[in-house]
Design a protein around this ligand. Sequence first.
Ligand code: ZN
Length: 319
Amino acid sequence: MMQRRHFLSAGLAGAAALSWPHLWAQNAPNFGPPTLPNPGFRKFQLGAMELIALNDGAVRRPLGEEFVTNAALTEVKGLLAAQNLPTDYVDIPFNPFVIVSEGKRFLIDTGFADNGPPTAGRLRANLAAAGLQLGDIDHVIISHYHGDHILGLRNRDGSLVYPNAVVHVPAPEHAFWMDDARMNAAPEAMRGAFMAARRSLGDLSGDRLNIFQPGVELAPGIGTVAAFGHTPGMTMVTARSQGQSFMYLADLTNVPALFARNPDWSVTFDMDATQARETRRRVFEQVVRERMLVGGYHFPFPALGTFVAEGGGYQFVPA
Ligand SMILES: [Zn+2]
C-alpha cells in the first residue's frame, strides 16, 4: 500500500493508477520489490538500424482473481508453475525502445519519468548508460495513452523530458482521450486517465505534435500498424532494414508467459477484450509467418525476441 500512497502523493490524483484500475489498489501481502535489469539497456543491430531496448522499471503485482478476467486463478497459477515462474505475483516491467535510423533517434513510449511508482522512472539513467542524452531524442512515438506509456513525456514540474523531440500520436487514440464530452461522461474512476492524457499531451504546440493515421510511415523504414482493442487507438511500430524486420507490439499482450501462451485470455487492462483478442490472434499469426523480431513493452527485459507457435498459443523466445 506504500506504493499506492506514494503514487497518489505525486499530485496526479492517481492518473496512471486509474488507467490500470487494480494495480495499486489491493489489500495483498507485500512480496518485496521487483528485480530490475542491470544494465537497463541492450543494443541490437537491425540491418542498418540500431535497436536499443531500455527499461524504465517494473512493478510487482500480487496475482489475484482479477488479473486474467476470463480464466480461473488456479489455471493461471498452474501455467506459471509449469514455467517455473512465481505464482503469488507477477512482475510487470516497462520497456521503451529506441530505434536509431539515418542518424535520427526514435523513442517508442516513455515510461513514467518522476510521476510513477518508486520502482519506475529509470529510463533517463538507462538512456544515459546507453550513451544517449534526453536532448538527443529527435522523435517520440506513442503507442497508446495509458499512463505507463505517456507520463514520461513530462516531468512532475510540467517541463518536457525530451526538449527537442516531435511527438507522434495515433489519431484515433488522441481523438478518444481528448474528447471532453467523453471525459465528462466517464465514470469518476476513469477521469484521471483522461486528465493524464491532457497533462502529458494537451499543450504541445502544432509543430511538436504529429497526429498520424495508423498505417502511415513516419520515416523511411519506420511504419505504424493499427492494433485496436487494448485501447481504442493503440498502434504498433515497425522497423525494416536490409531484409530484417522488427515489430514493437506495445501492449498487444501483457506478461507473455500468460497471454502469449493463451492468446484468448484477457488481461484486466484491455479496454475492449473481444477486439483485443482478435487483434492479438491476427498479429501473432503475422509475426510468426514473417519471422519478425518483436518487442513487448511488458515483456521480461530485454523484451525482444521471436514467437513460435505452440499448442493453441505462442511461446516467446528471447533474443
Ligand atoms: Zn502498458
